[in-house]
Write a protein that binds this ligand. Structure first.
Ligand code: ATP
Length: 664
């Protein structure tokens, strides 16, 4: 104390300013050091007493905890003074737009209390409270204060959130309890839902796409034993991890569901996911930007227990062939022969996808491929698949889906109009209205039900209509079972007619497209041939012209040489008559040239269209030759005197007519 007094006292009195400054520096330094020491001591204290757990957005516990935290009415969370309020549900990949049916409360009466409200007439949304970003929230949980911080981590590809929970405790029991409770809550909530994740080809990651209501297996109508066989196989696989490990067999199983559209392939997978409590990870191999690397990354990020769904395997596969034939290994089948489909295919070829068959195979069973996943692939065209893709090991179980049999038609009818055994009147599987109508004639009820049953059975043709089409018909008549049965024969006829009509339209469209394509090809061929002919003619003309000019020049040269050779024996000076002749010759040449020109012009006039144009240009090119051409008729016989004349003539066309007399 005395020392502090001594230290401070001179500041008040008159003393040396340098000393005062130094003292101030010392005081400031001491205070700052003390502050830092206390902060570090506090951090040390926190570290030694607080337990801290980190939860990455990429893993399930993050989902559980966010779900737990976001639950409206969470008492501990309710006391927090800063939070985000959202109507979007919480998922592994952040706050995502929720889909219908997700996090909905069945109890509409408690709407206000639970924070739900109707939006857009019918769809209910739930207000969720979640921890805001980069803020530490303190909540009280089972006798402990939890410090919760949600932060965002930036990585190479996008961002990833993290949850940090700290608690003062001797051991991590409280954190374990918290995570387990959150998990239980999450699973309880997800009990009736199947979570769907879609592949994001841009970032090579999975995006939560929503949670769908589970579909009961009983609602899928397949031939007897099929559903049970698949379900039992899946269950057996999921329970056999050790068995696979002991034998060194990769712990994966593949199911290939192939067959006609609308026969229940996708529905069965959704139903199985619900039954087995698995999430579905959907990859569309034909999606934009899909490449070998992206697919491998995606496959590597699939969790161990899930359903991996490759939809429309053939579509991506056929496109793969056209895009990258060498690397796909050129499978045995090709795409549809129809011009429309091929043109559509060509259009798609430039979508930036570089997926190859080998890339797909590697991603399915390469080292990066996840263990314990159930692979389901669907296709409408099994014949287009490469044998390498569908071989056992990759696709272990094949199931063929056909058009509805009579048995299936009956089954789906019963799904829509289930019989009520407690009420004998209603054994006809009729809805209340029809049942009450029957109640007026109880004696007839059974017989009429049987009649309806047999009517229905006989009206639906075997293996002709898809189950989806049947379902559509039943949906349209869901409140009138009796009429539904009565009108089924008419509906089948109308379906056939509709199918015929569509088929005819398709054939006509294809024929038209084919014809157009053929005409186009023919026109292009003709144009190419015409162009080729033109080029050939032009070339021939040029060659002809060149050879003619050449011949002419050599003839003239030779003609010019002849008098030169005889010159020493004759008079060097031409006689007046010779000179006149030469002049005459020159004027005659001029005349001939003029007549040749006019002939050429009249010829051009007689020529029509493009030929005329061509002729014109050729004529103008030939202009210098006209004079030479014009000389042809005046070409004298090759005697000596004529040669003498030709001497002048030969010079003249090369020069202007004005020069002729001078030269002469
Ligand atoms: N066997 C079936 N049992 C019950 N419902 C079915 C069955 N087949 C089809 N459906 C109904 O038809 C609709 C279409 O079925 P789904 O999408 O499962 O057919 P798909 O075979 O996957 O067709 P695609 O090959 O075109 O994808 C669904 O709404 C489904 O309820």
């Amino acid at each position: 104390m005395q020392a502090l007094k001594n230290l401070l006292s001179p500041l008040s009195g008159n003393s040396n300013p340098i000393q005062d400054t130094l003292k101030l520096v010392v005081i400031g330094g001491t205070v700052e050091t003390a502050r830092r020491a206390s902060v570090s001591a506090w951090n040390g204290f926190i570290d030694s007493f607080f337990l801290t757990a980190h939860f990455s957005q990429e893993d399930y516990p993050y989902d559980w905890l966010m779900h737990w935290l976001s639950k409206a009415g969470q008492p501990a969370w309710g006391r927090s003074r800063e939070f985000d309020i959202t109507t979007r549900s919480v998922s592994r990949h952040g706050i995502t737009q929720k889909t219908t049916g997700d996090l909905e409360d069945e109890n509409e009466d408690d709407e206000e209390e639970s924070g739900e409200f109707h939006q857009g007439g019918g769809r209910r949304r739930k207000v969720a409270i979640v921890p805001s970003m980069d803020t530490t929230h303190t909540i009280y949980y089972r006798g402990h204060w939890l410090r919760i911080t949600r932060t965002k981590r930036y990585e190479d590809y996008g961002s990833c959130a993290e949850l940090k929970i700290s608690v003062v405790a001797r051991n991590n029991d409280i954190l374990k309890r918290l995570v387990l409770e959150a998990k239980r809550e999450y699973e309880k909530d997800a009990e009736h839902r199947v979570h769907i994740f879609m592949a994001d080809t841009t970032y090579g990651c999975w995006r939560w796409n929503g949670a769908r209501q589970k579909r009961p297996m009983s609602s899928i109508v397949l031939e007897p034993g099929v559903k049970d066989m698949i379900l039992a196989d899946c269950k057996d696989f999921l329970a056999s991890e050790d068995w696979y490990a002991e034998r060194g067999i990769p712990f994966r199983r593949g199911y290939l569901l192939h067959g006609v559209p609308g026969s229940g392939k996708t529905s069965l997978i959704h139903s199985l996911a619900g039954e087995l409590g698995l999430d579905i990870y959907v990859v569309s191999l034909s999606s934009k930007g899909m490449s070998d690397n992206t697919l491998t990354t995606l496959m590597g990020n699939v969790p161990s227990r899930c359903i991996l769904l490759l939809e429309d395997l053939d579509a991506a596969f056929t496109r793969g062939i056209s895009r990258d034939e060498t690397s796909t290994g050129a499978p045995t089948t090709t795409s549809s022969s129809s011009s429309s489909s091929s043109s559509a295919k060509n259009k798609d070829d430039n979508d930036g996808s570089t997926l190859s068959l080998s890339g797909l195979l590697n991603s399915l069973d390469g080292v990066a491929a996840a263990e314990g996943r159930l692979l389901f692939a669907t296709t409408n065209h099994i014949e287009r698949l490469d044998p390498a893709l569908s071989r056992p090991g990759r696709m272990d179980v094949w199931v063929n889906f056909k058009h509805a049999t009579k048995w299936q038609a009956e089954g789906i009818f019963k799904c829509f109009f289930p019989a009520r055994p407690s009420n004998p009147v209603a054994t006809s599987a009729a809805p209340p209205s029809a049942a009450s109508a029957d109640a007026k004639h109880p004696a007839d009820a059974t017989s009429s039900a049987n009649l309806a049953e047999s009517k229905r059975k006989h009206a639906i043709p075997e293996n002709e209509l898809s189950v989806a089409a049947l379902q559509g018909y039943l949906l349209r008549n869901k409140t009138r079972p009796r009429e539904c049965v009565d009108e089924v024969a008419a509906w089948v006829v109308s379906e056939r007619e509709m199918r015929e009509k569509l088929k005819k339209e398709k054939e006509e469209r294809e024929a038209k497209e084919k014809k157009e394509a053929e005409e186009k090809a023919k026109k292009e061929k003709e144009e190419a041939e015409a162009k080729e002919r033109e080029e050939k003619a032009a070339k021939e003309k040029t060659e002809k012209k060149e050879s003619r000019v050449k011949g002419k020049r050599s003839a003239l040269r030779e003609a010019a040489k002849a008098p030169a050779a005889s010159a020493p024996t004759e008079n060097d000076t031409p006689t007046p008559s010779e000179s006149t002749s030469a002049t005459e010759g020159s004027s005659s040449a001029k005349e001939s040239a003029t007549s040749a020109e006019s002939t050429s012009a009249s010829e051009s006039e007689n020529t029509s269209g493009a030929d005329a144009d061509t002729e014109e240009s050729v004529t103008s090119e030939e202009e210098p030759d006209k004079a030479e051409k014009a000389l042809e008729p005046s070409e004298p016989a090759p005697d000596a005197s004529a040669a003498g004349k030709e001497k002048w003539v030969s010079v003249k066309p090369q020069q202007s007519s004005a020069d002729a007399p001078a030269t002469a």
